[in-house]
Design a protein around this ligand. Structure first.
Ligand SMILES: [Zn+2]
Length: 366
């Protein structure tokens, strides 16, 4: 028998699938009839009204052009449910689309032009977070092929050290565990069933949420406990070839890929003390600068949602000598946007028509 909440979930899934299908049909129609070109002209001229959005007319003449920043993580065909990646072919199609329809800028130039309210039409920036090795193996050849500049934000503790970031330890442990359940320890006490992949994913996401509010040392202690309870031998959970090496980073740097800082250990900055946060923000910058022999001017907040950093953290990032910082808050950026809280969007659509339509639609937002 299906419970009421099960039925509600099925109905909302059905509604979501119907919306997706409709969006995909509209996208295909717009592209096949070349109407997308007119939509692009339209969104470059108009934007949604910011105040009193519900009042007519809903659109106003665009104040300034806006900049879209895309964020990727892993690019591979491993089909990993526990940390989904962008498949290589999809990434290639998206870069092909950007190269032929958008003005792909490097982050530094784009931010400079944003500062001067001089963003080029259809401007987009490509970024990657964390520093995964598949960025070099799979994304870099495609970026080179289409001459697309990109910025990779590195969490330096995991670069060339054989270490993995804390969230990758959790992904690896849930991926490999053979246990039927997990009893979460201490104040987070709760039993999670782990008999199917879907149950493991629910447990993994809830555990990640719980870990995100813990300070550095507490978080590491609980992660050790979770990994041990899941019966996974330490860091068979991840593997030594998960992250980039400095040689790979230098090879990409020579071909125009830029690098930014994503802290040392990828903590949630808002739960650290001011001293701990400052050390994470400053040290990662000096490590990358020393390895690459070039100033590092951009920063990405780990996890990057509004609750993952604070005004105090923004100040520390500015004091550390960065010239901009990116979040994972969804949106586009016009010249009114604070340069230390730039918004980004994750490329979500595997269908290239949907990808193109969504990039155009979201330009309306600012
Ligand atoms: Zn990250």
């Amino acid at each position: 028998m299906i419970s009421f909440s099960g039925l509600a979930r099925m109905q909302s899934l059905k509604a979501r699938n119907s919306r997706r299908l409709l969006f995909s049909l509209v996208a295909t129609l717009l592209f096949r009839t070349y109407t997308i070109k007119f939509l692009n002209l339209f969104v470059n001229y108009f934007q949604l009204k910011e105040q009193h959005k519900a009042t007519f007319p809903f659109l106003v003449k665009r104040r300034t052009r806006n900049l879209q920043i895309l964020v990727y993580h892993r690019i591979n065909d491993e089909n990993d449910l526990f940390f989904p990646a962008t498949p290589i072919k999809i990434f290639e199609r998206q870069m092909d689309y950007l190269a032929h329809n958008f003005n792909v800028c490097d982050l530094e130039t784009a931010v400079d032009r944003l500062r001067r309210a001089d963003v080029p039409e259809n401007a987009v920036v490509v970024t990657f977070d964390d520093g995964y090795r598949d960025n070099y193996l799979n994304a870099f050849p495609i970026l080179k092929h289409f001459s697309i500049p990109a910025t990779i934000f590195l969490a330096t503790d995991a670069i060339d050290t054989g270490k993995v970031l804390w969230h990758d330890r959790i992904f690896g442990a849930f991926r490999k565990t053979q246990k039927a359940f997990l009893d979460m320890p201490g104040r987070m006490a709760r039993r999670y069933s782990l008999t199917t992949s879907a149950e493991k994913l629910v447990a993994q996401n809830e555990v990640l949420g719980l870990l995100r509010v813990l300070g550095g040392r507490d978080r590491l202690r609980v992660i050790d406990e979770v990994v041990s309870k899941l019966g996974v031998s330490e860091d068979s959970a991840a593997g030594e070839d998960l992250m980039l090496t400095w040689d790979q980073i230098r090879a990409m740097q020579k071909s125009g890929i830029a690098f930014g800082s994503h802290t040392v250990t990828h903590p949630i900055l808002s739960v650290l003390s001011v001293e701990e946060a400052r050390a994470e923000i400053q040290q990662s910058k000096s490590i990358i600068e020393k390895e690459l022999g070039t100033p590092i001017s951009s920063f990405a907040y780990p996890n990057g949602s509004k609750k993952d950093y604070s005004d105090e953290i923004v100040e520390i990032v500015q004091e550390a000598g960065y010239s901009c910082a990116v979040t994972t808050i969804f949106g586009t950026n016009d010249s009114a946007r604070q340069l230390f809280e730039l918004r980004r969007a994750t490329p979500w659509d595997e269908d290239i028509f949907c990808f193109g339509l969504r990039l155009n639609c979201y330009k309306l937002c600012a």
